[in-house]
Write a protein that binds this ligand. Structure first.
Ligand code: HEC
Length: 198
């Protein structure tokens, strides 16, 4: 009677050890998980400069900072764009301009607005799958099949990241507060709609 619990105890140790080994091997194969994955994604987003363009800003005596109440929600929908003086951008002129919060950029490619990366299903990436996100970042097309993603979004640089890193970024983005903000579509530079001064 005394021996039995000791033996069961050892059996349990072996089982726990084996389960632990299997789990560790699976994690190695599947990559990071849970909190660790989200933390890695957050580090990559902050170090990778995503907030520079994708977050609206607050202006403080310490400088321009991402607005944490609407992090990564893109160019604010209702902000009126300052007029762009005509003939300022061109091969022998300035290459580009950007707003103070860096969410709208004008260049030879037109005017583009940083996308909403929060999990809002209609205006953000709430209905994207992990696969859609990875492919988008690798080939530079909206939702992996749509229009080309224009500069200055440096997708070619991020395309070099491993699947594990892109999965981590996506996992982190999914934890953000969903912000309803319908970012405007790009405006071609030659288009009549471009808000230039005569
Ligand atoms: C220098 C500015 C800049 C930086 C840095 C930047 N982006 Fe972007 N990003 C943009 C702009 C502007 C667009 C919209 C381009 C367009 O409309 O064609 C965009 C578009 C995207 C899109 C496509 C959204 C869609 O609906 O098609 C994704 C996804 C994205 N960015 C993710 C990221 C992530 C993740 C990071 C950081 C790792 C990042 N971006 C860093 C400016 C930037």
């Amino acid at each position: 009677m005394l021996i039995r619990p000791v033996l069961s105890g050892c059996g349990l140790c072996t089982l726990i050890f084996l389960l632990g080994t299997i789990q560790a091997t699976q994690q190695e194969e599947n990559g990071l998980e849970g909190k660790e994955q989200i933390h890695r994604g957050q580090v990559l987003v902050f170090k990778g400069g995503c907030n520079d363009c994708h977050s609206p800003k607050i202006f403080t005596p310490e400088g321009t900072l991402p607005d944490h109440t609407r992090l990564l929600s893109g160019h604010p929908q209702y902000v009126e764009l300052p007029k762009i003086p005509s003939n300022i951008i061109g091969p022998d002129k300035w290459f580009g301009l950007f707003t103070l919060d860096q969410t709208a950029w004008a260049g030879p490619w037109g005017v583009v607005f940083a996308a909403n990366l929060t999990p809002d299903p209609k205006t953000g990436i709430g209905d994207w799958t992990e696969n859609t996100f990875i492919k988008t970042m690798r080939i530079g097309k909206h939702k992996a099949f749509g229009k080309d993603i224009l500069p200055p979004m440096p997708w070619e640089d991020y395309a070099e990241l491993s699947d594990e890193d892109l999965k981590a970024i996506f996992a982190y983005l999914k934890t953000l507060k969903p912000v309803k903000n319908a970012v405007p579509a790009p405006i071609p530079l030659t288009g009549k709609e471009i808000p230039t001064n005569p």
